[in-house]
Design a protein around this ligand. Structure first.
Ligand code: PLP
Ligand code: COI
Length: 343
């Protein structure tokens, strides 16, 4: 049965939480996950001493569901989110929710909320937020013994205000991630420690922070919520390689698209900050950010103005954007396994 879409002003959605009717919840206790189920209860009731409240033992993922031109509902590479959450859980001493069941649960939540999946062409998507936290009590510093895994979804518009206008970012004096720390996983704590830096950046009129590597402050890492892609003047796509950035699924997909769909050279390698002024285009890429063009990077008052300017996306960024979103929304043939149909 085809569900009617909700009466929502899809075109004017920002990136904000709007509770939908149904979410998934599973509990881990006595060394095992239960089967989990769909629920309409959007609240969580836990011990005051829960590991998440005391020692921030929590992690999350983010992916999107789309309505295709021919009216199907699809998700983009959820298996990679499941695998990344498993990596995150191992690093945080949290129990892995089995990856196949993880993807099944995402599909169930999206199917149950199909009336909230924005229509094709509306500019909005359904953002899916799987997350896990320590629900059991701990007072000595140790992993909890009980956990909850939940998935909710919320219809969203563009992550950055103003849609795809080029962003202005600053080089941050705060570090995001230590070498051998937790920068490569999606731990809630990585975002807690970025809040002061982002509030300060916004107060100063910047859209985001560019973090450099904490050890040497010479190489570009990423922003608070997206990886970088750069385009050289001879149209090569370059993305920073680092053990302390989140392995973005969007970035990995874009590097493939650059090579296999657009016939461009694409390299993942260290990117010295010194080289940034030589690039022709810069973008932030991630599930929420899709590809958001960067027009200006400010390093302690010294401005780097990208030749692509402050009004439009650069031409290579635009091609990458159109191809990736075309694949996600079904108008361009996807590589095998990238598109997950919601039954
Ligand atoms: N980097 C950080 C710190 C993020 O939070 C995200 C968002 O998930 C990304 C990069 C982009 O990753 P993905 O493309 O898998 O969404
Ligand atoms: C995402 O892109 O899915 C993220 O989790 C980034 C977050 C800053 C919204």
């Amino acid at each position: 049965m085809k569900m009617e879409k909700k009466n929502i002003d899809w075109g004017n959605l920002g990136f904000a939480y709007m509770p939908t009717t149904t979410r998934f919840v599973a509990n881990y206790k006595d060394g095992a996950w239960d089967e989990g189920s769909l629920t309409t209860d959007a609240t969580v009731n836990i011990s005051e001493c829960a590991g998440v409240l005391q020692y921030s033992q929590s992690c999350f993922e983010g992916l999107k569901a789309y309505t295709t031109e021919d009216g199907r509902i699809v998700c983009f590479r959820p298996d990679l989110n499941a695998a990344r959450m498993a990596d995150t859980c191992r690093r945080l001493e949290m129990p892995v929710f089995p990856e196949d069941k993880w993807v099944e649960a995402v599909k169930k939540v999206v199917a149950a909320n199909s009336d909230y999946v924005p229509p094709y062409g509306s500019g909005a998507t359904l953002y899916v937020r799987p997350f896990m936290f320590a629900s059991g009590p701990v007072i000595g510093v140790s992993p909890a013994r009980e956990y909850q895994f939940r998935i909710f979804c919320t219809p969203v518009g563009p992550y950055f205000k103003g849609g795809v206008r080029p962003l202005t970012i600053r080089v941050s004096d705060y570090d995001r991630a230590a070498p051998h720390g937790t920068g490569h996983i999606k731990a809630g704590l990585n975002y807690a420690m970025s809040l002061h830096a982002i509030v300060e950046a916004h107060e100063q009129g910047y859209d985001e922070n560019m973090y450099l590597d904490a050890a040497t402050r010479t190489n570009v890492e990423e922003t608070g919520g997206a990886n970088f892609i750069f385009v050289t003047k001879d149209r090569k796509v370059v993305t920073p390689k680092s053990g302390s950035i989140l392995p973005s699924i969007t970035r990995r997909s874009l590097m493939y698209v650059a090579k296999e769909y657009l016939g461009l050279e694409a390299e993942e390698r260290e990117v010295p900050f010194e080289e940034v002024k030589e690039f022709a285009e810069c973008g932030l890429c991630g599930t929420a950010a899709v590809i958001s063009p960067v027009g200006k990077i400010v390093d302690h008052g010294k401005e780097i103005c990208l030749p692509s300017g402050m009004t439009d996306m650069g031409p290579v960024t635009k091609k990458l954007y159109d191809t990736l979103t075309g694949i996600q929304m079904g108008s361009i043939k996807a590589p095998e396994g990238w598109i997950c149909e919601i039954g």
